[in-house]
Write a protein that binds this ligand. Structure first.
Ligand code: C5J
Length: 223
């Protein structure tokens, strides 16, 4: 077992039973011209975490533990996109509209691809999710059960939307989850800070939080 310093108390896990879950590091959210920017957000904030995410991904791959990538992605006919999700608000581009990186949040489009720095490699799981949570309407839980995964380490965007939703879904399904605080970001810094506090408050009511340095040190330590 490996134990790392975390909030609100140390996080203990067995890498063979733990998956690294990277939420929605896709061009739609990280690069200009995608869904994130169409909602009026400054996407430059999010790209700042890419080097830290890459360092963790490299170390995780070195250990040989399971990696899961998610994308917020809809079928081309939008049959899995509730009208309420598509029609809400006044974005400059709606889900399914043609934008500078192809159709927004649609499977297979350039903007829906994971950024090259974190691109999946053979053997890693890629989950296309129609909702904010990684479990809703996806095969994720079955894949984790088949591999006897009990612990999840989260990175990705955005902290208070898809990351937090996925951690809450994981918590309700019995997984012990850790969020790497310097490997997640929000378009709203105050929402990131609040989400992190909410996750580890009340004795880890949703899960644990830690900096990636703690995890990297533990992964590098001789087993
Ligand atoms: C959002 C996400 N913010 N990946 N998606 O719409 O957090």
């Amino acid at each position: 077992m490996t134990s790392i310093q975390a909030q609100p108390f140390p996080y203990t896990f067995d890498p063979r039973r733990t998956a690294l879950v990277i939420i929605d590091m896709q061009r739609d959210f990280i690069e200009p011209g995608g869904f994130g920017e169409s909602l009026g957000n400054n996407v430059a904030l999010l790209s700042a975490i890419v080097p830290a995410c890459r360092a963790v991904l490299d170390a995780w791959r070195e250990v040989g533990a399971l990696v899961v990538h998610t994308r917020e992605a809809h079928q081309p006919d939008l049959s899995d996109c509730p009208p309420a999700k598509r029609n809400r608000g006044n974005p400059s581009l709606r889900i399914g509209d043609e934008g500078p990186m192809g159709r927004v949040l649609v499977m297979g489009e350039p903007g829906n691809q994971i950024i090259p720095e974190l691109a999946p490699v053979a053997g890693e799981i890629v989950i296309d999710k129609p909702g904010k949570g990684a479990f809703y309407a996806t095969p994720l839980q079955g894949f984790l059960q088949e591999r006897e995964i009990t612990h999840l380490v989260f990175m990705g965007v955005t902290t208070e939307v898809c990351v937090q939703t996925s951690m809450r879904e994981a918590n309700d399904r019995g997984y012990d989850s850790l969020l790497l605080a310097d490997c997640t970001e929000s378009y709203f810094p105050q929402f990131k800070a609040s989400a992190i506090e909410m996750i580890h408050a009340q004795g880890a009511i949703v899960g644990w939080t830690a900096d990636s340095a703690s995890l990297l040190a533990a992964l590098a330590a001789p087993g």
